[in-house]
Design a protein around this ligand. Structure first.
Ligand SMILES: [Zn+2]
Length: 636
């Protein structure tokens, strides 16, 4: 936790032009600066930075905000980590709020594990480049694969000597604790209690988290032996959950957003070779079949995924199940079959990025069509096989959340199979009613109550904001910019920018999370959150998007013949003000309590200070009250 005073110092120090300038080349235009938007692909600059207002905004994709917002978006960090980033940039020392001893221990454990992984990373890369064996075995292996020096360095590849305890000895000598060598899985313990290096004799692929920390390693053996696995990976630990990580995500995230597409491959070397060829929006599932956690990680950045398959068909059937899961998460899935005998690694090595992209463009197929063709070839001339196949395809279609897309596929399949569309539609309907889980009222309550331990003072007002973001986040409303300029901005941007303008942020965990995800998500929010991989988010979104959800009474004053959607331009500014008003009420209550205390202590200096603060606050509240009308009564 960062204390308020430090937070204020960071917010004051951070200059938007300097913060953005680290990532975007800016040119002066009038009072503003302008550059190419880092969040979408463009050829003429529409990303505008206003030093006077200390904000930035893209007039193409409407992303932007304060310096903190920019860093949150650009570096994909949460609010606190964005503040820490800015603190580092401006050399501001962060005074973290005191944590409980339990929190401290937990955090220290995690930090110690990150620290030892970082130590191991430095050690492995040093061995690779400076040790005789490292160069003779490790570097020669990478060169054989065609990796250039800069790419070996970018991915921080390394080498672990083929000795029992070279890493552990070095770590202990440098003062690291045995406990964390074991917890991270860098070492195992022998029967006699000695430490044994897990990765001995292997070239090392460090696994970076989304924010670039080393969470794990993968090691590939080079010696041909019968009983060792080709790849060994770090075990799951407090800092590493294999099912939630994707290899390469740290290096890919910005490009995934920019290209609005993610390539999915299988192995470490596929990712590295593609980067070397200039294709940087690529991640690997590292051999395991895709998990919901991994899909969600990709979905934070894009809804479009292209799976690259080796030329040989053997692996394809096995991985098709994983793709059904992508469909059920609402992803648009394309498939590219590489030429016979090629894998993404070898293929990328033989092409540059424009050749590679041209091939993808020419050969990518929609997944359902791909699957249909694949199975049709298999079932040629066998009616029973064909029946199973139809069943299989309809199952894939049934998991797609969007009804319109489903019906388009059914129509197309009917054509392909020369069947009546109504028959397939009927099969589809049966499958959907059979699989769709009905969420009981109890489950919803549970989800709401679970997150309920500490409801902030402005809970209802926060909930209202989130409700409208989920239902209408992408709708545009007109906003008066100055006397003769009206701009259309999205409901999400309106609410988000208003919170930023007053340096307020939602307090309730689930709300904060949904707002955060909404900022990162393209596409329809209602659809996205109703299909969210996290059950409690999904249930909560369902609860908020229900029409019977109890509405704040302000809406009843409006003309009933207008739909809610039509009234957004009135409702959204209003619920934003209501939220702000509630926050000010809380601040005012706190001031009054402090004032009482100061009174009791006869601390006149403090009393004066507090009264001044309160006057300022009341002035602001009165302004709000004028907008809100008679519903707000301020006790002065
Ligand atoms: Zn943009």
């Amino acid at each position: 936790m960062i204390d308020q005073a430090t937070k204020d110092r960071i917010l004051t120090a951070a200059k938007i032009e300097e913060v953005v300038g680290d990532f975007v080349t800016l040119k002066k235009r009038g009072v503003n600066l302008i550059g190419l938007c880092p969040f979408h692909n463009e050829k003429t600059p529409s990303f505008t930075v206003s030093p006077a207002k200390n904000i930035c905004k893209c007039f193409g994709c409407s992303k932007g905000g304060s310096p903190v917002n920019f860093i949150m978006l650009h570096e994909q960090l949460d609010y606190a980590d964005a503040l820490r980033y800015l603190a580092r940039k401006y050399n501001i020392e962060i005074v973290e709020k005191e944590l409980s001893s339990e929190e401290l221990e937990h955090r220290n454990d995690r930090e110690s594990m990150f620290a030892i992984n970082q130590f191991a990373l430095n050690y492995f890369t040093k061995i690779l480049w400076e040790n005789e064996d490292g160069r003779a075995i490790g570097i020669s292996y990478f060169k054989e694969r065609g990796f250039r020096d800069n790419i070996i360095k970018k991915f921080q590849l390394g080498f672990c000597l083929d000795k029992f305890d070279s890493l552990s000895k070095e770590a202990i000598k440098s003062g690291y604790n045995k406990q964390f060598l074991l917890k991270t899985g860098l070492c195992t313990e022998s029967e006699r209690g000695g430490l044994v290096d897990r990765f001995r004799g292997r070239v090392m692929f460090p696994v970076h988290s989304l924010s670039g920390k080393i969470v794990a390693f993968g090691g590939r053996v080079l010696k041909k032996t019968d009983n060792t696995a080709k790849y060994v990976n770090s075990p799951d630990s407090e800092i590493y959950h294999k099912s939630n990580e994707l290899y390469g995500i740290f290096f890919a995230k910005n490009n995934i957003v920019k290209e609005d597409r993610c390539f999915l491959v299988e192995g470490y070397t596929d990712v590295i070779s593609m980067h070397q060829a200039g294709i940087e929006n690529v991640v690997a599932s590292s051999g395991t079949s895709l998990t919901p956690g991994q899909i969600r990680l990709i979905h934070r950045f894009t809804s479009n995924i292209t799976v690259l398959y080796d030329g040989d068909a053997a692996g394809i059937h096995a991985s098709i199940r994983g793709i059904d899961m992508l469909l059920s998460e609402g992803m648009n899935v394309k498939v590219v079959l590489l030429p016979d005998g090629e894998d993404p690694d070898s293929f990328a090595r033989s092409k540059d990025s424009s050749e590679f992209n041209a091939f993808i463009q020419a050969h990518q197929t929609d997944f359902i069509r791909f699957k249909t063709q694949l199975l049709l070839d298999d079932a040629a001339g066998d009616p029973i096989k064909k029946a199973n196949l139809i069943n299989d395809i309809v199952t894939s279609i049934s998991v797609i959340p969007d009804a319109i897309i489903r019906s388009l596929y059914i129509k197309e399949c009917a054509d392909r199979f020369e069947m009546r569309e109504s028959v397939l539609a009927e099969v589809l309907a049966k499958k959907i009613s059979g699989t769709q889980k009905t969420i009981s009222q109890n489950e919803i309550k549970q989800a709401v109550i679970e997150k309920d331990q500490e409801k902030p003072f402005a809970f209802m007002q926060e909930q209202n904001l989130i409700r409208y973001i989920i239902r209408y986040g992408k709708n545009l409303i007109p906003v008066q910019i100055d006397e003769n300029k009206i701009e259309q901005i999205s409901v999400l941007d309106y609410i988000n920018q208003s919170l930023i303008a007053d340096d307020m942020q939602l307090e309730y965990g689930l709300h904060k999370y949904i707002l955060q995800e909404a900022i990162m998500t393209e596409g329809d929010f209602r659809y996205y959150f109703l299909n969210h991989p996290d059950e409690s988010v999904r249930n909560y979104a369902f609860y908020l998007s229900e029409d019977k959800y109890e509405r704040s009474n302000i809406h009843d004053k409006f003309n009933k013949t207008e739909t809610e959607e039509e009234r957004l331009k009135v409702i959204i500014p209003r619920i934003t003000l209501e939220y702000k008003n509630k926050i000010l009420e809380q601040q005012s209550n706190e001031l009054i309590a402090e004032l009482k205390q100061a009174n009791a202590e006869n601390d006149y200096k403090k009393i004066n200070e507090l009264i001044n603060k309160q006057m300022e606050l009341n002035k602001y509240r009165q302004t709000l009250a004028r907008y809100l009308g008679e519903r707000t009564i301020i006790a002065l």
